[in-house]
Design a protein around this ligand. Sequence first.
Ligand code: NAD
Length: 357
Amino acid sequence: MAYTVTLIPGDGTGPELVAAARRVIDATGVNIDWEVHDAGVDIMEKYGTPLPEQVLESIRRNRVALKGPITTPIGTGFRSVNVALRHSLNLYACVRPCKSYPGVRSRYSNVDLVIVRENSEDLYAGVEFDLGTPEARQIMAMSNGKISKDSAISIKPISFEASKKIARHAFEYAIKNGRKKVTAVAKANIMKFTDGLFYRATQEVAQEYAGQIEYDEWLVDAMCMQLVQRPENFDVLVMENLYGDILSDLCAGLVGGLGVAPGANIGDDSAVFEATHGSAPKYKGLNKVNPTAVILSGMLMLRHLGELAAADRLEKAISAIIAEGREVTYDMKPDRNDPTALGTAEMADAIIRKINA
Ligand code: NAD
């Protein structure tokens, strides 16, 4: 069966990374019609926006997209295309698997955990009041002197419905991917209402999966120490937006950094797969940067489509190339100036040869 998938090359190094990933995914033999749509800073002049409506329409129609990174223009009045995309499509779950691949230089081995981050609310809801505004003064007046008069204020909304939804996503992910445990991470000893509500929601969902998936809770500060000391003890971690943002990067660091960290933004109707890293614009057009994270995002997309055998073949090929350490980009070499480092396209060629071997 052929799938139609929206392909967004993005900007900066995005187009060269996405071109490499597309060839590798096609090499698995899964029949995909790629519907290519541009977004990002390079098309702002042509369309007057970095996120034209046809991009969203295409994703709504196809329900699945592979996306390259997109630069957030500074000082132009445009908000982040990435945030706009997640909001417009209600992609409420950000899923970031963090897995050690032998051959990637890292302080840890045997890490295999997944961050499931709520993507729509929390301090990222954009409810902020600047210093000196009437709204900030009104909130100060309600705070019984707990907020000092020279403050700006950000509001942290945590809803029961969104918390249950992200918890259910984490448990369903655990079931579908043969995982054993879901850990909810928050700071409910301090934020008794918001984070307390989050735990109540995750506990309620956990009961539905009792006997199938283990459940426990950690405070976010203790979790950071645990992750640094014993990351192999954790499986699926579910979190609100801010903790999830920070811990995703921490966990990417545990497995070797941004170059190898894939991700997915998932909603009820559609899913957008993309690397954790950004557009690395200083390397644009140099055929230099590492395609691994975008290719692994493609691997997650194949799993999402139910193409498990193809996803396994792709993952096996890329992990073999990384383990051998010869046909990889500069950032995966012990010496970043190693003249034998391959370019983006050539590393993709090597992975394709492995798939076909
Ligand atoms: P970045 O991830 O683009 O780059 C940071 C550094 O990481 C780079 O200088 C490079 O040394 C390294 N790096 C990143 N990707 C790499 C790769 N594939 N191979 C090898 N090295 C790699 O982060 P930034 O510089 O903070 O952001 C650049 C732009 O990307 C910003 O406009 C930011 O808003 C945007 N961004 C977009 C997304 C997204 O599209 N989802 C995510 C993060 C940042």
